[in-house]
Design a protein around this ligand. Structure first.
Ligand code: HPA
Length: 245
């Protein structure tokens, strides 16, 4: 069963049918909200709003471990994450959809492993390729089939947030190789890997990163909402197709 973790702009999947909600408890506490089960084009999916259904949980306070654990326990076999990002690479302009293939992690202080017990065996998971290539391909094919342009590959840099970056930080991340920047990609991706849940992401570029193009003098938050709403219509089309594949 496919699980979808929705970020800003995707706090519910209105096209789900036969919806049922389940409150989940995990050894790591409570997930961001009840899990929503339903069918999308005849396929069972689970949906979870990363920031809560009222969008009240900031990126550094999301209980990523509980979210991933709850989805796995509920029967998720793979995960597609939807998350908004700032664009650093010139072609990652507002409105673009990116299916990233690499990650940089600048977060700190987040519970980022299940391998955390004093007496438990230490596990080092392979994370050379953080996103599952098979799911990436399925997303790219689904997008192609519904005629939505997507950028295949990109380096997703994860910052701590919730503040946005300085332009010097964006310069540094660019030198490090970052193409897009968001606040939630980690530890979500690595926790999925630890649970052996194939995981891939659709990133929605909602603004130029700080100090770039229209964000040269600052990021205009008013413009973001409109880009987000419009782009999420396209993401929903891709997700609907993905469920049919
Ligand atoms: N920076 C970090 N996270 C983001 C941004 C950004 O510019 N836009 C959307 N999420």
């Amino acid at each position: 069963m496919l699980a979808i973790i929705g970020g800003s702009g995707l706090t519910q999947l209105s096209s789900l049918e036969n919806v049922r909600r389940e409150v989940a408890r995990t050894p790591y506490g409570e997930p961001s909200g009840a899990l929503t089960f339903g069918s999308l084009h005849g396929r069972e999916v689970i949906f979870l709003a990363r920031h809560g259904y009222g969008h009240t949980i900031p990126p550094h306070r999301v209980n990523y471990r509980a979210n991933l654990w709850a989805l796995k326990t509920a029967g998720a076999e793979c995960i597609v994450s939807v998350a908004s990002v700032g664009g650093i690479r010139p072609d990652c302009t507002p409105g673009a959809l990116v299916v990233p293939d690499q990650i940089l992690d600048y977060t700190w202080g987040r519970a980022s492993t299940f391998s955390d017990g004093i007496d438990a065996l230490v596990r080092h998971v392979d994370f050379t390729h953080p996103y599952d290539e098979n799911i990436r391909r399925r997303i790219l094919s689904a997008a192609r089939e519904v005629g939505e342009a997507v950028i295949d590959g990109g380096v997703y840099a994860t910052t701590q947030g919730p503040r946005l970056e300085t332009s010097a930080e964006i310069d540094r991340f660019e030198r490090d190789g970052a193409d897009v920047i968001g606040m939630t990609g980690m530890p979500e991706a690595v926790l999925a890997r630890e649970l052996e849940l194939p995981y891939a992401a659709i990133n929605v570029v909602v603004n130029y990163a700080a100090g770039r193009e229209a964000s040269m003098q600052g990021i205009h938050l008013e413009g973001i909402e409109q880009v987000l709403q419009e782009a999420m219509l396209r993401v929903r089309k891709v997700l609907a197709r993905l469920c049919q594949s």
